[in-house]
Ligand binder design. Structure first.
Ligand SMILES: Cc1cc2nc3c(=O)[nH]c(=O)nc-3n(C[C@H](O)[C@H](O)[C@H](O)COP(=O)(O)OP(=O)(O)OC[C@H]3O[C@@H](n4cnc5c(N)ncnc54)[C@H](O)[C@@H]3O)c2cc1C
Length: 485
């Protein structure tokens, strides 16, 4: 079959490879002049910055693409285990290194925070149990096909659904299990991995620490963007055609059957169409006359982010690949994001510094700081004011913590905000992970990987099932390839 993929985000690239491996003729139409979508990098005055994702978990979702294509992943893509998942800096001066190995992490919790090791090990064991119960059901299958529910694994998961802590918020589940404010804050932070609020999102999201603390944190050689570059290379070798600077203007539909796409004013006919574009603009812009699943499209969106890319003319030996400077009042910070739809004046500051592992990413004696502050999705806020104020707050906080005037160390800079994210990748309201996962049943009302009305139309990427983030986007591509018979 001839298949069109709209968008070369990581989900679209994964789908294109898997469809090509099934013998289909695949063409990817990409609005930008590069592949990768959010998963890309930028170069500013001799510094390289990962532009979007910075945390890499479950690398097998990438390497499987190569092994399934009969290739040796090492020939395309190399990565290493980082050893520590993050360095945490609390406002009272406590510094804590979270190792991505359960025993070492538990020892450090006892040594620095005074939390008994057993409590931490039990917590991680619980996180693993949640992961094992949910991974197959929620991540690897379409939730919208009857056959998923007829499998034995799914049946087993359903029998144990009472253990998923669906009725408690993530924060409440963490307080009950850990009871230590600093550790609760640390584990609550994992809600941000899919753009959620730990004071609203269900306890089942406590599966995420298992990924980072037990399975491990990884980093690709050459930076995060080497994921999309290597995957694009594989796709080309398999015969996938790419058309860049080719924004799809319309999905051609005749009698409820997808017939192709309109690009540069021309109709291009295909047997199947896969949209890796955010599902909201896919409906609103590419098929505005089709009835849309309004309830799904009107779901609240996940958070977005303001990112500052700073070339820093100094090396800080106490900073690692990933660093978090926690706010004093985490609950208030999330109230601002969810209710006020703004960034508070005391935001948690995340710094990713790839030059710690990849020295060529910054000039000698310097560091490339990627600073991310969680932000609400774009509902028309005054972003220029928010960015200027947040920049000032970040500089004040980091200067105090690191004992240096950070402003004077910034050699080059650039930034990303919800408006730019939407402009560059069509993500509705600039959200990072599609619809939010705050609600109990959000997984079930995320858009399916296929259209329930239009035959031959499929969806992959962060705005549809199973959700945002590199691993889930790749799994969405796999689900789509499995659905296309
Ligand atoms: C700042 C930031 C930090 C993040 N941090 C992490 C992290 O640490 N770890 C993690 O796993 N994930 C992270 N994420 C989320 C992750 O980047 C996304 O979930 C994932 O990359 C989305 O992939 P996607 O397949 O949905 O496509 P996208 O990356 O959204 O790309 C969609 C592509 O479709 C193209 N397109 C759109 N409309 C059209 C059209 N009409 N015609 C042709 N092409 C079109 C766009 O140009 C774009 O290239 C982060 C995201 C951001 C922005």
């Amino acid at each position: 079959m001839k298949i069109a993929v709209i968008g070369a985000g990581i989900g679209g690239l994964g789908a294109a490879i898997r469809l090509s491996l099934k013998g289909h003729e695949v063409t990817v139409f990409e609005a930008n002049n590069y592949a990768g979508g959010k998963l890309t990098d930028i170069e500013v005055g001799g510094y390289r910055f990962d532009a979007g994702p910075s945390l890499f978990t479950m690398p097998e979702n990438v390497t499987d693409l190569f092994t399934d294509a009969g290739k040796n992943p090492d020939d395309y893509f190399r990565y290493k285990r980082v050893g520590e998942s993050c360095r945490y800096f609390y406002p009272d001066g406590t510094h804590f290194i979270a190792y991505d190995e359960p025993d070492r992490f538990a020892e450090e919790c006892e040594k620095v925070l005074g939390v008994p090791q057993k409590k931490v090990r039990d917590y991680l064991a619980h996180s693993e149990k949640l992961f094992n119960l949910t991974a197959d059901l929620f991540m690897k299958n379409s939730l919208h096909k009857l056959r998923t529910y007829l499998s034995f694994d799914t049946f087993k998961s359903f029998l144990q659904i009472h253990r998923l802590e669906l009725t408690k918020t993530m924060n409440k589940a963490n307080e009950d299990r850990l009871g230590h404010p600093k550790l609760v804050q640390l584990f609550n932070r994992f809600a941000t991995y899919n753009g959620s609020n730990p004071y609203i999102a269900p306890g089942v999201l406590n599966i995420i620490p298992h990924l980072e603390m037990s399975i491990g944190t990884f980093f690709p050689e050459g930076g995060m963007a080497s994921i999309s570059r290597s995957v694009e290379k594989l796709a080309r070798e398999l015969g996938v055609e790419f058309e860049f600077n080719a924004p799809v203007e319309q999905i051609l539909i005749d009698k409820n059957v997808a017939k192709g796409v309109r690009v540069h004013g021309k109709n291009r006919l295909f047997d199947r169409v896969v949209s890796n574009m955010d599902v909201v603009p896919t409906y609103r812009r590419l098929m505005p006359t089709q009835p849309a699943p309004e309830r799904t499209l009107r779901q609240d969106r996940s958070t977005s982010a303001v990112i500052f890319y700073w070339g820093i003319r100094k090396k800080f030996e106490n900073l690692g690949l990933q660093n978090i400077f926690f706010s004093e009042n985490y609950r208030e910070e999330f109230r601002f994001l969810s209710e006020v739809k703004n960034i508070s004046n005391d935001p948690t500051v995340y710094i990713h510094i790839s030059s710690v592992l990849e020295p060529d990413d910054a000039p000698a004696g310097c560091m490339n700081w990627y600073i991310l502050v969680n932000a609400p999705h774009n509902t028309g806020q005054n972003w220029d004011e928010i960015i200027a104020r947040t920049r000032k707050n970040v500089i004040k906080r980091l200067s105090k913590e690191l004992g240096e005037d950070i402003e004077s160390l910034i050699e080059v800079e650039d930034f990303l905000d919800p408006r730019r994210i939407e402009m560059r990748t069509s993500s509705f309201q600039g959200s990072l992970y599609g619809a939010s996962s705050n609600g109990l049943f959000n997984s079930f009302i995320r858009h399916p990987n296929f259209s329930q009305r239009v035959k031959g139309l499929y969806f992959c990427g962060g705005s549809v099932h199973p959700g945002g983030g590199i691993p889930l986007c790749l799994l969405s591509g796999k689900i789509v390839a499995d659905l296309i018979k």
